[in-house]
Design a protein around this ligand. Structure first.
Ligand code: GAR
Length: 224
């Protein structure tokens, strides 16, 4: 049974690039699909288009420069401690990694255990890491897709919340496949936030149980 929230879920979005997944979440909130408010958009890249998008919508945006932390043995942790202070100051309840291309440490993972989600453009646990669309094509996979998962310390390893699959076509390039996957990312990321906001996600070991989920028993066969 979805919980009725007294106040919208307070979300922070961490992004390093163009921010199309940020946009998908903004759109879902504006459409009333997701009862949430984005209280901060934070980037490790000064020029990230995601920050520009945030400004366009009047959302608080912040660039946290990794440079001052570089060179020290705990540079990643120190960066994340600064980030955590910002998240706590804004009373953030859910953190979204939306194309955030920086490895998060235990500092953030532990503070936001089962409250931090990542979107990744492969059907995990296949192809964690980078250039994953190329890897799926090179491997000869017939299906690819995307995954929303809770973040743990292992890169792209946490409990899976939602996945969407798409076919890989014979003439696909990394770019055409990435574009096909991205369409699905923009559906499942806001949907995962919606389920979280409704209090319907329960983590049991490696598995995420979704209260009241509608099973989809359809097989996807590619090529048909
Ligand atoms: C998305 O395809 C996302 O899945 C990927 O970066 C892109 C960001 O696009 N993330 C990762 O590869 C993380 N491992 P966006 O900035 O337009 O949302």
């Amino acid at each position: 049974m979805p919980i009725k929230r007294a106040a919208p879920l307070r979300v922070a979005v961490l992004a390093s690039g163009r921010g199309s997944n940020l946009q998908a979440v903004i759109d879902a909130i504006e459409a009333g699909q997701v009862q949430a408010t984005i209280v901060a958009v934070i980037s490790n890249k000064k020029e990230a288009a995601a920050l520009e998008r945030a400004r366009k919508y009047g959302l608080p945006d912040l660039f946290i420069d990794p440079k001052p932390f570089a060179g020290r043995p705990d540079s990643r942790e120190a960066y994340d401690r600064t980030l955590l202070e910002v998240l706590e100051k804004h009373h953030v309840e859910l953190v979204l990694l939306a194309g955030y291309m920086k490895i998060v440490t235990g500092v953030l993972v532990n503070a936001y255990a089962n409250r931090m989600m990542n979107i990744h453009p492969s059907l995990l646990p296949s192809f964690p890491g980078l250039e994953v669309q190329k890897k799926a094509i090179d491997w000869g996979c017939k299906l690819a897709g995307c995954t929303v998962h809770f973040v743990t310390e292992g890169v792209d390893e946490g409990p899976i919340i939602l996945q969407a699959a798409v076919p890989i076509l014979d003439d696909d390039t990394s770019e055409t496949l990435a574009a096909r996957i991205l369409v699905q990312e923009h559906k499942i990321f806001p949907r995962a936030v919606e389920l979280f906001a409704e209090g319907r996600l329960r983590v049991e070991g490696r598995r995420v149980v979704i209260d009241g989920a509608t099973p989809n028993g359809e097989a996807i066969i590619s090529p048909s």
